[in-house]
Design a protein around this ligand. Structure first.
Ligand code: NAP
Length: 444
């Protein structure tokens, strides 16, 4: 029987497991996650007001419930179990741990209180157990969200949503309370390049205009396109659609709603200012030079804001015992085979954002996982079989170390409790965020 461990139960890990189930021979897969709950970014990254995307968890759950798959939650690779030790129990290990930390702006003032990463804010409003409930108080009037990707769009939309809109989601009680008490009136989305270069997908961009209590404001001058942007629009239908949506907003006078989302293009943050905490963000106007590269024009202005959210991309963290390309922020690989100095490390594979960086949508991981699994299955004849063949040995080892493994039945108990709490308040689900409570419920 082939024994494979997949580290990470987000889309990349579960699509890897799904592809491995197509292996012709007998296989037993352990999908291991450091959190007591499965689904990775589908649970802890997808915006709460995106129920359709969240529902992908049902597809992932179907894989994790297969008889040849075991979900081992609350097992941290590195501290509870070392990667090297896993080779005693598994013929192959696939790392699908994603990209857990944020990129930086590298500007003065970035470390002032009031400057936060989207990674933390998203984790908090998605109820990540490692995020304290009181991490955020939304007591700013004006917020800058730096970045023009879907994460920035999610954050801006969440901050401009009304409490009623958020009641229809699964956010934890303390998150709903914080948003209900929010004083945020103006959300400034800051894009360092132009509207044609924004990375929002059009559906997500449009959603800003669907908010019940927020107007969207775009300066028509930002839509006077330069040659570089005009050229891009001829070949990029997504960019054309985005610019059309933005034009629509630029031509629409605000309706006087209580909140506003302002989109600023060609605005590069050069400093965060404030005495002891963030009071403003300094921006420099940018423009494309004749060679197509982005340059600062020297024209500066300051926006008064009390909170700055950096949504400028994620990067992976190295996993002890696994090669890591610190510059690219990914695990070096060839077709999913982990490589050290260009040579494959026997039995080690990588999938998802840890492999290709934080790009693409959830579905992108399907194709990516298939490539990794193709490599793994090609290698099966030459894999060194793990010495421990009894699948229960790993469970005994973890129990001896005092690790409370959350299996599928344990997660199902948590799932039922969250749905029940939601029903009691007429909401779809209410997330439970406290790790101790998640573990207690999973024991029932
Ligand atoms: P992203 O799409 O790469 O966007 C990052 C943004 O940050 C870009 O606009 C980038 O500008 C900007 N940026 C980078 N460094 C900067 C700097 N120093 N100063 C100012 N701006 C800077 O990344 P993301 O938004 O984190 O999303 C990650 C992936 O998850 C993407 O593939 C995204 O589509 C996906 N995702 C999808 C959804 C959804 O489908 N609803 C939701 C969330 C995330 P430049 O373009 O100029 O570099």
């Amino acid at each position: 029987m082939l024994r494979v461990a997949v580290v990470g139960s987000g889309p990349a890990g579960v699509y890897t497991a799904e592809a491995l189930l197509r292996y012709g021979g007998e296989v037993l897969l352990d999908v291991i996650d450091g959190l007591p709950a499965p689904f990775g970014l589908v649970r802890y990254g997808v915006a709460p007001d995106h129920p359709r995307t969240q529902s992908i968890s049902a597809t992932l759950a179907a894989v994790l419930q297969q008889p040849s798959v075991r979900f081992l939650g609350n097992v941290h690779i590195g501290s509870d179990l070392k990667l090297e030790e896993m080779r005693d129990h598994y013929d192959a290990v696939v790392v699908a741990t994603g990209a857990a930390v944020d990129r930086h702006l590298d500007v003065p003032g970035e470390d002032l209180p009031g400057s936060v990463s989207a990674t933390d804010l998203v984790a908090w409003y998605c109820g990540h157990p490692d995020t304290p409930p009181d991490l955020f108080r939304l007591d700013a009037r004006s917020v800058a969200v730096v970045g023009a990707g879907n994460v920035a769009g999610d954050v801006a939309r969440m901050l401009a949503s009304s409490p009623e809109e958020l009641r229809a989601t699964d956010v934890a009680d303390h998150v709903l309370a914080a948003f209900s008490a929010s004083t945020v009136e103006d959300v400034h989305l800051i894009a360092r390049r132009g509207p044609a270069q924004a990375k929002f997908t059009t559906r997500e961009l449009r959603e800003l205009g669907d908010l019940a209590e927020a107007d969207v404001l775009v300066d028509p001058a930002d839509l006077e396109l330069d040659d570089v942007s005009r050229e891009l629009l001829t070949s990029n239908a997504g960019a054309r659609r985005n610019v059309d949506v933005l034009r629509g907003w630029a031509e629409t006078p605000p309706a006087g709603r209580p909140r506003r989302v302002h989109l600023h293009f060609f605005a590069k943050p050069i400093a965060l200012t404030g005495d002891g905490r963030v009071e403003g963000i300094q921006l420099e106007r940018t423009a494309f030079g004749p060679d197509g590269s982005l340059k600062g024009t020297g024209e500066q202005r300051e926006l008064p804001v009390q909170l700055v959210v950096r949504a400028v991309g994620y990067r992976s963290l190295p996993l002890p015992g696994l090669p890591f390309d610190a510059e690219a922020g990914v695990v070096p690989h060839k077709d999913g085979r982990v490589c050290l100095d260009g040579a494959p490390v026997p039995g080690a594979y990588v999938a998802g954002w840890a492999k290709r960086g934080p790009t693409g949508v959830i579905g992108t991981n399907k194709h990516d996982a298939r490539e990794t699994v193709r490599s793994l299955l090609e290698d099966v004849p030459s894999l060194t079989p793990a010495p421990q063949r009894d699948p229960d040995t790993i469970l005994r080892l973890l129990a001896e170390r005092g690790v409370q493994v959350v299996d599928w039945a344990g997660w199902a108990a948590v799932d039922a409790a969250e749905l029940e709490r939601g029903r009691a308040q007429g909401r779809p689900r209410i997330k439970i965020t406290d790790r101790a409570e998640l573990l207690r419920l999973s024991r029932q």
